[in-house]
Design a protein around this ligand. Structure first.
Ligand code: PLP
Length: 453
């Protein structure tokens, strides 16, 4: 195959995400690399969208999946359960914080959020509090693209065309100290001020009308790997408890080990009422997500109604559960959370060394192997690049030319301006991959920001 086989191609019939953009053609995977049909290797430093936490060729996961499919590829869970479904739920319940011990399987993140919203609603109906229906979430958040998840998210450009179809959701401030903390404010005072926006909004709506508050524990792609400031989530938990409002934490992107602990909320000392996970749960070997609910919620719903009024054809898909079970076993057996912490610290340090004083890098942030750089036109004034410069799109394309997959995003400040580059490499990368990421990203950022300045 010639080098031209690396060139992007246009599809005749596939309705791609960006139909006007030509696409490179992937042909194989080897550890953390994607290989195109010309044999060019791309280091997957973003796991796609923080998905491929074991790289692209983990032998034990592939073997477990093949063996499951040889025995039984699918069984509808309206008729049967199966061992991998039960074993995966047992493992997740044992490892989840607090009494989050009922696991509802889905096929991805959006479906998990829809299930969480519906469970929250049914819980209040079954408890005799049917007026509770309002959702509070945060600006610049992302919870998925289905209508309930889209309504919940605060990503303005994704919502715009669909506004008339979206249920009303209140959006309070995200936790974004780089831009929103006042100069005379410490982290804790800042966290308290913005958490108190939740209190004010619940009071404004009337607590009897409010069902849940939804937030990403560590903000993902829309804001760019922003961890909560100390005390923020504890304060949020207190406010929810005071008003009887359920706390739903979205760990679709930051969960399942990405930040160095299995659940990101463990580092905050906070247990949500409902947690949602996906991405690193199945590492991309199969599409799978899950919703975990606290025991009391499960008991209320099942006690009152007998069942949760929900379900999809692929709820608890046995091959997906078998793959996810093998992924989660590999993370334990290979002690990969320790590697996330060690390589994460090494990558953060190397990024600071390379970009700490870079005129166009305003902030370097994140946790574990979930890191982002905020790109700016001017580091001193924190002025973002003009949106027309399309810095994020250029970073993505230039990085691919340099043999690197990273996850840049534009519009991070207000849906229009602000750019970041997110890194979420596999949990099993080595120090040599860390060096390769920083080298290729360095060349990419240099070329794009020089051209955009
Ligand atoms: N929640 C968060 C935090 C996400 O990052 C995403 C996807 O990127 C979703 C929910 C939606 O997940 P999915 O794309 O699997 O539906």
């Amino acid at each position: 195959m010639s080098d031209s086989a690396s060139a992007p191609v246009s599809s005749a019939h596939v309705f791609h995400r960006a139909p006007k953009s030509a696409m490179r053609v992937a042909a194989g995977g080897d550890g953390p690399y994607i290989i195109d049909r010309a044999g060019k290797r791309y280091l997957d430093a973003s796991g796609g969208a923080a998905v491929s936490c074991l790289g692209h060729s983990h032998p034990k996961v592939i073997a477990a999946l093949k063996s499951q499919i040889d025995r039984l590829a699918f069984v509808h869970t309206g008729f049967f359960t199966a061992e991998p479904i039960e074993e995966l739920a047992d493992m997740l319940a044992a490892d989840a914080p607090g009494d989050l011990d009922r696991v509802y399987f889905t096929s991805g993140g959006s479906e998990s959020l829809e299930a969480a919203l519906k469970l929250a609603r049914q819980y209040f109906v079954d408890r005799g509090e049917p007026s509770r229906h309002r959702i509070v979430a945060r600006r610049q958040s992302y919870h998925g693209n289905t209508l309930g998840a889209l309504a919940t998210g605060g990503n303005m450009w994704r919502r715009r065309a669909y506004e008339p179809l979206l249920v009303p959701v209140s959006h309070i401030a995200p936790c974004y100290p780089y831009r929103d903390r006042r100069e005379d404010e410490g982290d804790e005072a800042y966290g308290r001020r913005i958490a108190d926006e939740l209190d004010a909004e619940i009071v404004r709506l009337g607590a009897d009308n409010v069902m849940c508050f939804v937030a990403e524990t560590v903000s993902g792609a829309t804001l760019g790997c922003v961890p909560p400031v100390p005390g923020y989530l504890k304060r949020i938990r207190e406010i929810c408890d005071r008003h009887g409002v359920l706390l739903i934490l979205d760990e679709v992107m930051c969960g399942m080990g990405r930040t160095g602990t299995l659940f990101a909320c463990e580092q905050e000392g906070v247990v949500p009422d409902i947690a949602i996970i996906a991405k690193a749960l199945g590492a991309g070997y199969q599409p799978i997500g899950a919703m975990l609910a606290r025991r009391g919620i499960f008991e209320t719903v099942v006690g009152a109604t007998g069942y949760f009024q929900h379900g999809h054809t692929y709820t608890g898909h046995v091959s997906a559960c078998a793959a996810a079970l093998a992924v989660q076993k590999a993370i334990k057996e290979e002690d990969l959370l320790a590697n996330v912490r060690a390589r994460g610290a090494e990558l953060a340090e190397a990024l600071v060394e390379r970009f700490g004083n870079h005129h166009h890098v305003g902030d370097i942030r994140g946790r574990g192997l979930f890191l982002a750089l905020e790109l700016v036109a001017d580091r001193t004034t924190r002025t973002p690049f003009a949106a027309e410069r399309k810095v994020a799109a250029r970073i993505k394309e230039t990085a691919l030319e340099n043999g690197l997959m990273c996850y840049p995003m534009g519009g991070i400040i207000d849906g229009i301006s602000g750019d970041h580059v997110m890194l979420a490499p596999p949990f099993n990368i080595t120090s040599s991959h860390v060096g390769e990421i920083v080298d290729k990203l360095g060349r990419t950022i240099e070329a794009v920001t020089t051209a955009a300045a």
